[in-house]
Design a protein. Sequence first.
Length: 86
Amino acid sequence: MIYYLVIINIIGYVLFYVDKQKAIRHQWRIPEKTLFLAALLGGSLGCIAGMYRFRHKTKHWYFVYGMPAIFIAQCIIAYYVNIFDH
């Protein structure tokens, strides 16, 4: 499970980097729903890190509040499921 979380967070981080580079070059962009999907699949911390590291999507309220909300919800779920206890 830890390996999965590391990989999905790296993917989330890289998705924000790639989308930022594409935005700079006015190229085809990664859909916002894909960025949120990466967060929902467990990569919320990587997405948040990428969002602020690359200053990408930080003017969109639904990213600024949505990504941390997903992360908090995942932490609460992990606590109650005891995902890190095994």
